[in-house]
Design a protein around this ligand. Structure first.
Ligand code: KE4
Length: 429
């Protein structure tokens, strides 16, 4: 594949923006080399600046469940743009998107629209602290919730000790109020509540993890996540930024039967435009300004173009639900990938829920950050580049989920499996 134009554009980008990107995940840091500069997308495909076509399994890291340029979304944007792009005033479109979210997500009685998943999780944490009057937040190693200072932290010396900053610029003071525990470990959560229960405002978790690769929680862990915060007067915050409208119409909480106090959303809910949301129990949400005293604001929150794309997306997902088809396509992909890896005698695990999937280069099942961190990321990088060179655009990290969209076909899946067969066979050549 030629990449001359991509190289020229990306070289210039690095003079303009840190690392040449506006989000580090795109910079190929985990796999080396330079990312192709994408020129356009349509359906399940992307084309880069040199005209190379890719079957896209990143889908903008989740939002593009209907594929790129879905006609309903394009029509909604064309219609909205002629009425003005932003007013900073109430609009009916915000009611429409709020209603679609409330109708779909079982635990959401009231919702606030924001501009990103990070804004959603940051606001939900502040709300949990404002509602309970407590400072402590619990998160889990390997869970990512956006670049919120109090969540950019790592576990302290032992699981139940206070966290330490994960990034320069995050203060020790900020990290002191966060506990980082092991995912899928009910006993660890129980110990944390035993020792710190009276100061924990909220527990935030990914109901299906996408950010260490796909990790599905155990039933015992889900039960502990619901019972312990309730027992100790803390709030349970379900971060469905990635899983919302992805693994079921009502998200992972519907599919896995857990009812949180607050839910955060993003990605799909904006149909590719910037929308985040946080919502949940009305008695909690009514603490948010101006109904209550917990401050949160945003110039472009509920923006007319973003709500138009979000409403169009959620209406298609409601009226022509793709979930059965997504399940069939992703199951076909999983079976073919597994057969290819077994045939190539590559040590691997595959984790999948609905249209989210990860091929782990590991000889042990991945169920928390300890096991995830033992994956062979060097082999992953070789696999990634072999697939990219064959026109298959995968997430550029072992610790991400790939996404199948409603625009993918069986032919796309079969071509991808064929490419994987070749690459996995040549992996150690
Ligand atoms: P954003 O602020 O990027 O919209 O959402 C943050 C976020 C919150 N919660 C979960 C579970 C998430 O997965 C994310 C963002 N996901 C990453 C990739 N896994 C986005 C890619 C990027 O950072 O560029």
């Amino acid at each position: 594949m030629k990449h001359e134009r991509s190289h020229k554009i990306f070289t210039h980008a690095k003079r303009l923006m840190p690392g040449g990107v506006n989000s580090p995940a795109r910079a190929f840091g985990a796999v080396g080399g330079e990312p192709p500069v994408i020129a356009r997308g349509a359906g399940a495909y992307l084309w880069d600046a040199d005209g190379n076509r890719y079957i896209d399994y990143v889908g903008s890291w989740g939002p593009m469940i209907l594929g790129h340029g879905h006609p309903a979304i394009v029509a909604a944007l064309e219609e909205a743009i002629h009425r003005g792009t932003s007013f900073g005033a109430p609009t009916e479109a915000e009611n429409n998107l709020a209603e679609l979210i409330i109708a779909a997500v079982p635990s959401i009685e009231k919702v606030r629209l924001v501009n990103s998943g990070t804004e959603a999780t940051m606001s939900a944490i502040r709300l949990a602290r404002g509602y309970t009057g407590r400072d402590g937040i619990v998160k889990f190693a390997g869970n990512y919730h956006g670049h919120v200072d109090s969540l950019l932290v790592s576990a302290g010396s032992s699981a139940a000790t206070l966290a330490v900053p994960d990034s320069p610029g995050v203060t020790v003071g900020t990290s002191r109020d966060t506990l980082v525990l092991r995912y899928n470990d009910p006993a660890c959560l129980e110990q944390a509540f035993r020792e710190h229960g009276s100061r924990i405002a909220g527990v935030i978790f990914e109901p299906v993890v996408g950010n260490m690769g796909v990790v599905v929680p155990s039933r015992e862990f889900l039960d502990a996540l619901r019972s312990l915060p309730t027992r100790h007067g803390a709030l349970l915050i379900c971060d469905e930024v990635m899983t919302g409208f992805r693994v079921a119409p009502g998200g992972a909480q519907e599919r896995l039967d857990i009812s949180p106090d607050l839910t955060t959303l993003g990605k799909i809910v904006g149909g590719g435009l910037p929308v985040g949301a946080y919502g949940g129990r009305a008695d909690v949400m009514d603490h948010v300004l101006p109904a209550g005293k917990v401050f949160q604001a945003g110039t472009l929150s509920g923006n007319p173009l973003a709500t138009a794309a979000g409403c169009a997306t959620l209406r298609v997902l409601r009226d022509e639900p793709p979930y059965e088809r997504l399940e069939k396509l992703a199951a076909r992909f999983e079976a073919g990938l597994r057969a290819a890896a077994v045939e190539a005698e590559v040590r691997h695990q595959i984790a999948r829920i609905g249209s989210m999937m990860t091929l782990f280069f590991s000889s042990e099942p991945v169920r928390d950050w300890d096991t995830a961190s033992r994956c062979d990321t060097t082999r992953f990088a070789r696999y990634f580049w072999g697939m990219l060179d064959r026109g298959i655009y995968l997430p550029c990290s072992q610790y991400e989920a790939l996404f199948v969209s409603a625009a993918h076909t069986e032919a796309d899946i079969d071509a991808t499996i064929e490419a994987a067969r070749e690459v996995l066979h040549a992996l150690d050549a």
